[in-house]
Design a protein around this ligand. Structure first.
Ligand code: IVH
Length: 671
């Protein structure tokens, strides 16, 4: 049919199989075996091959997840209605449910185990697979008719476009819950607010809004996930229990990781419920109850359904997450970047199973909007995040004589006049030496993702700062055994452990150190990109803004910020001090680099399609030969290697007088 050379077809097939497999490992098993960078590289290579040879494209290719926008959202009738669940509101009602089952069947005991699954607080969806291919996806709608959202569901990377295994079922309707993780929700909402748009109230609303967009390309920045827990019509599989069903769905490559528990009796299930009430916040996504199901499918058949919900399952809902209490005081905290955050100190109250005595008021605007005053009765809410917040004031209960809260003009810690940037909500303490900011910086440096110093908690940092035992973050490494012993709650054993942990922290990978320094815009990922490119802190200090911008994945804003940070004299002194105190970041393990290699110390860029090797293979060879890869043509580039159909890069490189190699010449150099 087409003239795609065999080796290109084979390469595309191999890439596709590998990408699908990595996707599965990453999103379904949560056990990735390649880095994101490597994954993207393979995806780009496949995209290029498919672009050059359109005959290679299949609808299930990992490159085809984002399709064209749709004009309208169509209605779809479910082959088997999607039922809802009956509710129970406490353990007592859970037991009543089981009793009602026994009564219904007129038996003494039920011959089954029970499975407990978290009740995911998302949008319930149905995925239809025919001969293993995803052909349709829809929302539950009213249970009978839902909305077609295939175009958006295809973009969800935990949803396979093709089921795994040799003989997929003829037709399979899978049911599950589409959700957005709390972390992604917060990140997105922050971005919406930055753009001056209205934030979403919760992850469920954002998930629902995302699934109903007409343009699937908008889903790219709104990562969703689907957890599967049931089936509608299924031809070709016949599981006999919930456990077996989840096992089968998992084998087909569907995401079923539901934190399942299986118990023979309801006492154990009640204990699981109590446990979830307190631990739900530790899950990365929102849940609003525990779904208890009869495990045995033949028994489910016998129990049957009522009009809208099956008898064999019940949703045990969690207690409300709002409560009212009074504000005793409003205090302002100062973070590492100087941001002032007002916090309401409350009369202790139980909210959804946890005692709360503090709640955030976010910022000055929020206090003004709510008009929160000391003495007020307020609603506090614990949402998915662990920090409770004040959501409303009960004005009717306001005592006489209260006064509107006045946000401080000076930093409550160091007294410096506070600042508020044009158009910003945050009020900041501008004093870099402010003790509160120092404490925040130390906490960040020793935190898990950074130097990860075991046993270096908040209380310890507070003491060090309050007693003026540290002037900067480097001083953490200067503390003597005696000094540490003089602190509260620090016995010989904890001091020795802490000193040992600090010793280990002196040689953390460069990426973690960069993150730990608290450079604006440098999160864990940017830290890794920088560390991967530059050999040491010294190299970073010496690097120009352009050189930083040349690093793949680093944009101009980040480059400017990092460059400015390293140019600052105070920061340079800090780095020198850290070095004196023995902090020597190490390079992450990576393939052996040849210092005398063909590209030692030189920067290389590839353009056009290579014939004999893939782009990633070629880039790896350059790195092994001591070279670096750049992402664009600039005066920092030493060598441009051109494959077939080079673009504008070649012209630009020629204009700048940069050395240009053909693929053959490149191979010769590498040897
Ligand atoms: S089973 C026939 N399992 O809860 C009943 N539902 O209130 C099928 N939900 O519409 C539902 N997590 O959207 C089931 N582990 C889970 C669930 C779950 C969340 C949702 C689902 C359903 C709603 C019912």
């Amino acid at each position: 049919m087409s003239a795609v050379p065999d080796e290109i077809r084979e390469r595309a097939e191999r890439l596709r199989a590998e990408l699908v497999d990595h996707n599965y490992r990453y999103y379904v098993l949560s056990r990735p075996t390649v880095s994101d960078v490597e994954y993207d590289r393979m995806l780009r290579e496949l995209e290029r091959l498919e672009e050059a040879h359109p005959a290679l494209v299949t609808p299930e290719s990992p490159t085809q997840r984002v399709g064209a926008p749709v004009d309208t959202i169509a209605k779809i009738e479910h082959a088997v209605p999607m039922l809802s669940l009956g509710n129970a509101f406490d353990e007592e009602e859970l037991r009543e449910w089981e009793e009602s089952l026994r009564n219904h069947l007129k038996v003494e005991a039920l011959e089954t185990e029970f499975v407990g699954e978290p009740k995911l607080d998302g949008v319930s969806v149905e995925l239809v697979y025919e001969d293993g291919r995803l052909v349709e996806a829809s929302t539950r709608g009213d249970g009978r008719v839902g909305e077609e959202i295939t175009h958006n569901v295809r973009t969800i990377r935990s949803v396979p476009l093709e089921l795994r295994g040799k003989s997929p079922p003829k037709r399979l309707e899978v049911r599950g819950e589409a959700i957005m993780s709390k972390a992604a929700f917060e990140r997105l909402n922050r971005r919406l607010v930055e753009r001056g748009e209205e934030p979403y109230a919760n992850p469920r609303n954002l998930t629902s809004g995302t699934l109903k967009q007409l343009d699937p390309s908008l889903s790219r920045e709104r990562p969703l996930d689907v957890f599967c827990y049931g089936i509608g019509r299924a031809e070709g599989i016949a599981p006999r229990s919930q456990r077996e069903l989840l096992g089968l769905l998992g084998e087909l490559g569907l995401h079923t990781n539901l934190e399942l528990t299986v118990f023979g009796d309801l006492d154990a299930m009640a204990a699981r419920y109590r446990d979830l009430v307190v631990t739900r916040d530790e899950l990365p996504y929102e849940i609003d109850g525990l779904v208890v199901k009869v495990d045995d499918f033949p028994l489910r058949e016998r129990l049957g359904t009522r009009s809208r919900s099956p008898r064999w399952a019940v949703a045990v809902k969690f207690p409300a997450r709002q409560a009212t209490t009074t504000v005793e005081e409003i205090k302002v905290q100062v973070g590492r970047l100087g941001t002032l955050t007002p916090v309401a100190h409350l009369a202790p109250v139980e909210v959804g199973g946890v005692t709360v005595s503090r709640a955030t008021l976010h910022n000055a605007d929020q206090i003004e909007r709510l008009d929160v005053r000391v003495g007020d009765t307020v609603f506090v809410e614990r949402a998915g995040d662990v920090i409770p917040k004040v959501v409303a004031v009960v004005k009717e209960k306001r005592p006489r004589g209260t006064r509107p809260y006045r946000f401080p003009d000076a930093c409550p810690i160091c007294g410096a006049a506070v600042e508020r940037g044009e158009g910003e909500v945050a009020v900041r303490c501008p004093n870099r030496d402010c003790r509160a900011r120092l404490a925040g910086r130390i906490e960040h440096l020793v935190s898990r993702g950074a130097l990860d110093v075991d046993g270096f908690g908040k209380k310890l940092v507070e003491q060090l700062v309050d007693r003026e035992m540290v002037d900067d973050v480097a001083d953490v490494f200067r503390l003597s055994r005696d000094e540490l012993l003089s602190l509260d709650r620090m016995g010989e054993k904890s001091v020795d452990n802490l000193l040992a942990a600090l010793e280990v922290a002196r040689t953390r990978p460069l990426a973690r150190v960069l993150f730990g320094l608290g450079i604006p815009h440098v999160g864990e990922t940017v830290g890794e990109l920088l560390a991967d490119h530059f050999d040491s802190l010294d190299d970073l200090v010496a690097a120009s803004e352009e050189e930083m911008e040349d690093v793949k994945g680093i944009g101009p804003e980040v480059a400017r910020s990092v460059h400015a940070w390293f140019q600052d004299e105070g920061h340079r002194d800090l780095l020198a001090k850290l070095a004196r105190l023995g902090v020597r970041p190490v390079r992450a393990a990576r393939p052996a680099v040849d210092a005398d290699g063909a590209f030692a110390g030189r920067s290389v860029l590839f353009t056009g399609t290579l014939e004999e090797m893939t782009r990633s293979e070629a880039e790896a060879k350059v790195k092994a030969a001591g070279g670096k890869i750049l992402k664009s043509v600039s005066k920092n580039l030493d060598v441009l290697v051109v494959g077939e159909k080079p673009g504008s890069k070649l012209k630009k490189a020629q204009e700048l007088g940069i050395e240009v190699l053909t693929e053959e010449e490149f191979r010769e150099r590498i040897g």
